[in-house]
Design a protein around this ligand. Structure first.
Ligand code: PEP
Ligand code: MN
Length: 647
């Protein structure tokens, strides 16, 4: 029921609600434009792309969503032409601030009682009709253009007859139609990319979660240019831009827009310099050097590709993930060698061990110093792992850097600038922990000291901050970690051991950090925690570390233990069993729906797509065999008897 007091305009917009950003789109509620708009604020509907852009330029909405590229039809001509026309009026007022992919699942829908064979007219918006040409041809129907897809559904519902609409399932159901065919696009899965346009004066970057990677990384915003002429087109293409060509006109036979990936912006800006006459950057013309994200930490927050730190078997960052493990303190040559073997066999690729220990009490064990360093080095060499150890004072840097590949700067020293300068100039990789009371910006600025001193292989580590909470040693700040991900290109690691201070919490916190997108973890491990000289209560037992590494899919390092490798295989098998069970459950469900709708159980094209999916992920032969096996199991679960017709 509609609230009677609400004043809605004829398109269903509520002009009184200005508390959230207004996101304009072309079409009606239920259209794919509305889907893109809800991600950016309160959707506001406009009947044409021209009116939508006019509203943006007049400041009526905060942003406008334009569909620019579709998987099936390529460039979406109508909105791009509208943008072309709008740019003729205003040159620099607009900026593209986000690219939003919207899955397009088009259905064919008609009033209840209409059979598929009876459909003589298919109504939809022109780009949607172009996305399902095959279907329209197969039906032998006439394609009729409408202003948008939801409009088509409403029109078909109102006028009936032998008409059907191509629209979203939501729009069909909203109009009271029934779905005759699902997913009717010529290419599946289909999707349309929208650009969010804003006035240059009001643009604001918004970090968004990337479904592929998990953590909220600011989605790289493509820079968009309008170009004319074959020379520029070729140049943009060669520089790695994606072309959205438009039909030529008398003045400009070759023209269009190009989406320039963020990483290529500088290259393109440099190359097109001479040809600037026929090229217009939407928004500011990019600078030769991209601006850092944080003024105080320009090198650490430079907008450059993610950094990977790689030392022997150890690699973190830019997609590589690793675990560093070992005892809190190096206690004896035997202890560190035993633990080196244990962590290597678990799957860790760097060995930690403190030889200078920052202890709250001066009477507590302070570490074995350089003697301990020699034991740590020998243990690392014995198992082929790089070593990580903490440096507490500038005077220790030289000696530690002689032997350790990675120098750790502990939480207490995060803002010890003399130490940062000295360690940064050591030539060694640095692991910089966040201080208990250090903000993310201060932490990144501390890393900037390392850069200023010459360091490049810098890793950042969240290890818990000091809060009012007393049930754990510190509070693991995953918010800060994910926020930092949006600011820096450096690898980000998490130390759940010092955050929790309790062994029982470490596995769950490790999984949470891994799921939040940490590039790596550092975990304290001890095989006799009850007699450990420091931090025994938070040390995992070696077998706990093995379980954890297995669950992350890390491969045990060379191990002479068949049993150990078998345990890792068992974990993988458990994961596969769970997924196959889930798949068969879904097969049973889809069979029920197909039977209820009278659709054939088998669909040859779909089966080919499933096989191709596995062939692409594994090698061709293994992938195809796996695909076939899963299809066979699926058919069995669906109750396929072999006699029913194939779809
Ligand atoms: C350590 O890693 O041993 C350590 C002392 O950590 P933090 O500096 O995080 O307390
Ligand atoms: Mn410790």
């Amino acid at each position: 029921m509609k609230p009677s007091t609400k004043i809605l305009d004829e398109l269903g917009n509520d002009p009184l609600r200005r508390d959230v950003p207004q996101a304009g789109y072309q079409g009606q509620p239920g259209s794919f434009g509305a889907r893109a708009a809800v991600r950016c604020g309160r959707p506001v509907s406009y009947p044409t792309f021209g009116k939508l852009l006019g509203a943006l330029l007049a400041g009526e909405v905060d942003c406008a969503l334009l569909p620019v590229q579709n998987k099936v039809v390529g460039p979406v001509v109508e909105p791009l032409e509208a943008l072309w026309a709008a740019l003729a009026e205003t040159t620099t007022a607009l900026a593209v601030t986000e690219e939003i992919p919207v899955p397009v699942r088009l259905v064919l829908a008609a009033p209840r009682g209409t059979a598929l064979e009876d459909v003589k007219e298919v109504l939809s918006q022109s780009p949607a009709l172009r996305q399902c040409r095959k279907l329209v041809a197969e039906l032998g129907a006439e394609a009729i253009e409408t202003p948008d897809t939801a409009w088509a559904a409403a029109d078909v519902a109102e006028r009936g007859g032998n008409r059907a609409a191509v629209c979203s399932e939501e729009a069909a159901l909203e109009a009271g139609l029934v779905v005759l065919l699902e997913d009717v696009s010529d290419v599946k899965p289909n999707s349309t990319r929208f650009l969010r346009l804003q006035l240059l004066s009001s643009q604001r970057a918004v970090p968004v979660a990337d479904p592929e990677c998990g953590p909220a990384v600011p989605r790289p915003v493509p820079r968009v240019v309008r170009y004319a002429g074959p020379k520029l087109q070729a140049l943009l293409h060669d520089a790695g831009a994606e072309l959205l060509s438009l039909p030529g006109t008398a003045e400009a036979p070759v023209r269009g827009f190009a989406l320039v990936p963020e990483a290529k912006t500088t290259v393109v800006a440099t190359r097109v310099n001479g040809a600037a006459k026929d090229l217009l950057w939407i928004g500011e013309t990019p600078r030769a050097v991209p601006e850092p994200r944080l003024k105080d930490a320009p090198q650490v927050t430079a907008q450059i590709p993610l950094t990977r730190v790689a030392i022997g078997p150890f690699a973190v960052g830019a997609g590589a993930r690793a675990v560093i493990a070992g005892p809190c303190a190096v206690e004896s040559p035997e202890q560190i060698l035993r633990l080196a073997k244990a962590v290597s066999r678990a799957g860790a690729t760097a060995l930690r061990g403190g030889v200078y220990k920052p202890r709250t009490s001066p009477h507590a064990f302070q570490g074995h110093g350089l003697e301990g360093l020699a034991w740590l080095r020998a243990a690392g060499d014995a198992v082929g792992l790089p070593i990580v150890t903490e440096v507490m004072a500038p005077s220790q840097v030289g000696k530690l850097a002689e032997k350790a590949e990675i120098l750790q700067i502990g939480a207490r020293n995060c803002q010890n600038y003399d130490l940062l300068k000295e360690a940064g100039g050591s030539g060694r990789a640095i692991l910089l922990k966040r201080g208990f009371g250090t903000t993310v910006d201060e932490w990144l600025s501390a890393a900037e000291y390392l850069f200023a001193a010459g360091a490049r292989d810098v890793m950042l580590m969240e290890r818990g901050i000091r809060t009012f909470e007393r049930s754990t040693r510190s509070t693991l700040d995953l918010c800060g970690l994910v926020a930092a991900r949006g600011l820096t290109h450096l690898p980000l690691l998490v130390d759940p051991s010092h955050a929790a201070g309790r062994r029982d919490l470490v596995p769950q916190l490790s999984r949470a950090a891994w799921a939040a997108g940490a590039d790596g973890l550092m975990i304290e491990v001890h095989d006799m925690p009850e007699t450990a000289l420091s931090d025994g209560p938070q040390a995992l037992l070696p077998e706990d570390l093995e379980d954890l590494c297995d669950s992350f899919g890390l491969v045990p390092r060379e191990s002479d233990s068949v049993e150990r490798i078998r345990r890792a295989i068992d974990t993988v098998d458990a994961g596969i069993s769970k997924l196959v069970t889930q798949r068969l459950e879904l097969c049973r469900l889809v069979a029920e729906v197909k039977r209820a709708q009278g659709r054939p159980l088998r669909d040859a094209a779909r089966e080919e797509r499933v096989k191709a999916r596995f062939a692409a992920a594994l090698d061709d032969v293994a992938g195809e065999r796996l695909g076939e096996a899963l299809i066979a199991l699926g058919l069995e679960a669906e109750g396929w008897s072999g006699e029913e017709a194939r779809g």
